[in-house]
Ligand binder design. Structure first.
Ligand SMILES: NC(=O)c1ccc[n+]([C@@H]2O[C@H](COP(=O)([O-])OP(=O)(O)OC[C@H]3O[C@@H](n4cnc5c(N)ncnc54)[C@H](OP(=O)(O)O)[C@@H]3O)[C@@H](O)[C@H]2O)c1
Length: 249
């Protein structure tokens, strides 16, 4: 992925990692459209950062996705990068029936939302020559955090989906690069870890991730150092130890 001169749509761009990426990529000389459900935040972002565009989008709603696609096709026909970042993360007790709707919401937003966005926006990307789909998964795709079981499962599924997507889009005809971002715990409000010293400061995460991309523009995965021990646990034989560690938090 080139670092400048792109037109980028970022889902979940109203806060946290999505907003952070949006601001960094905008400063680097890209056109950026942030999307999310909290329209008051979208208005604030546009007011504070003239030049950034914003779009109301609920990735759990197919009609909202269809409207967003029409809007972007008309207003930003040069769109060449889709960042699928929108997501939720909530604890679930699998012995409590109240957990089931929580599980269903994760699948609807994190997994189906990303798949629907990909189907909807690929026709705008294919053939652009320098197009990218960037999927934000999680280190927890590789070893689960047992208190958020369906969250982890959606991220494992998105890792698998991204792998297949990369192969299907690799042909010269489509020519779309697929990049998976694999964050460790980062200080955002996702699960209330914004003040947690064990989570990575958001600015540090953004700097390291974008440095990795700058160093390796053809990267398949962007994995900061703090996520490495989880990402590589299965391959290096430390899976059981890492799972035990994540089970004790
Ligand atoms: N922070 C971490 O420790 C961490 C670690 C690994 C992976 N990640 C991943 O990073 C991504 C961003 O999370 P974050 O940490 O930045 O948390 P965040 O600040 O809570 O951001 C989540 C974003 O997703 C959007 N969103 C949620 N549901 C949506 C829906 N139905 N439709 C459209 N947008 C929706 C939210 O916007 P609206 O509420 O305005 O819709 C918000 O902008 C997520 O995919 C998360 O799984 C985060």
């Amino acid at each position: 992925m080139k670092m400048t001169g792109n037109t980028i749509l970022i889902t979940g761009g109203t806060s946290g990692i999505g907003l952070g990426l949006a601001l960094r990529l905008f400063e680097a000389g890209n056109k950026v459209v942030v999307a999310g459900r909290r329209t008051e935040l979208l208005g604030e972002i546009m007011a504070e950062h003239p030049g950034i565009d914003a779009l109301a989008l609920d990735v759990a709603d197919p009609d909202s996705i269809a409207r967003a696609r029409e809007t972007v096709a008309a207003s930003h026909p040069g769109l060449n990068v889709l960042v699928n970042n929108a997501g939720i993360m909530l604890r679930e007790n699998l012995l409590d029936p109240a957990g089931l709707p929580v599980a269903e919401d994760h699948i609807m937003i994190n997994l189906l939302g990303t798949i629907r966005m990909t189907y909807a926006f690929l026709p705008l990307l294919v053939g652009k020559g320098d197009a990218v789909v960037m999927n934000v998964t999680s280190a927890l795709a590789f070893v689960p955090f047992p208190v958020t079981p369906t969250y982890n499962a959606t991220k494992s599924a998105l890792h698998s989906f991204s792998e297949s997507l990369r192969i299907q889009l690799a042909g010269a005809e489509a020519g779309v690069q697929v990049i998976e971002v694999v964050p460790p715990g980062v200080r955002t409000t996702l699960l209330g870890q914004q003040d947690d010293d064990h989570a990575m400061p958001l600015d540090d995460f953004l700097t390291e991730t974008l440095d990795l991309l700058r160093e390796k523009p053809d990267a398949k995965e962007l994995v900061v150092e703090r996520a490495r021990f989880i990402r590589d646990a299965e391959a290096n034989g430390s899976y059981d130890n890492v799972l035990a560690m994540l089970s004790s938090i």
